[in-house]
Design a protein around this ligand. Sequence first.
Ligand SMILES: [Zn+2]
Length: 66
Amino acid sequence: MAIQGECPKCGKRVLHVNVEQMVGMVGGDSKARCISFSCIHCHAVLGVQLDARAKPRPRRKAASAS
Ligand SMILES: [Zn+2]
């Protein structure tokens, strides 16, 4: 069965999405990099998720837990 996603706002097929980088905020602090997917037709945001490619900040080696 083919998956045919439709934009909930404009009802067009979602064959492409605009991907934007954004920063997830928790209590006013930037905590994580996120990416959002928005409809290319009406720019409604379809979803946001953590950007798995980017880490919020490079952590030092976890082995040195003093
Ligand atoms: Zn749309």
